[in-house]
Write a new protein. Structure first.
Length: 145
């Protein structure tokens, strides 16, 4: 059981590290002026060996803080085979929600780029069944620039 745990836990850590890296790369790229569609393409390409097209999902969102302080989704692109919803907002022109403790709100009249990446996690060993525990089915990371 210990070997099974090491194998699946190690795979989860590897996938999580890849997601953290590509979410940061994507948010950085979007903040430098690349289109949201180009950002998704770059995230998918740099997530190798993960197959984001079949087993992942990428959401790139542009959030603008208006002069009056309101946060609005000004652009959003989504792609992948595991459809998920954004924790920031899902409608262009709609309100955006940023986690108060995780990110600094952008200054007025500025745009913040958010990249959320998801990947389906499938254990390769029967450790969940042996322990009677439910393992996560989706791993996620988010970056803000």
């Amino acid at each position: 059981m210990m070997v099974f745990g090491l194998v699946d836990f190690g795979r989860a850590i590897l996938i999580r590290q890849i997601l953290a890296g590509v979410s940061r790369e994507g948010a950085n790229l979007a903040s430098r002026g690349e289109s949201l569609a180009t950002t998704i393409t770059a995230v998918n390409a740099s997530a190798n060996p993960l197959n984001m097209t079949a087993n992942g999902y990428v959401i790139v969102t542009a959030v603008r803080r208006a002069a009056n302080g309101t946060l609005t989704v000004t652009g959003q692109q989504k792609a992948g085979g595991v459809v998920k919803t954004s924790s920031v907002g899902n409608a262009v022109g709609g309100a955006a929600t940023l986690p108060a403790t995780a990110v600094e709100v952008p200054p007025r009249n500025r745009t913040l780029y958010v990249v959320e990446v998801f990947h389906r996690y499938t254990p390769v060993t029967p450790i969940g069944m042996l322990l009677g525990a439910a393992l996560p089915t989706t791993l996620r990371d988010v970056a803000y620039f």
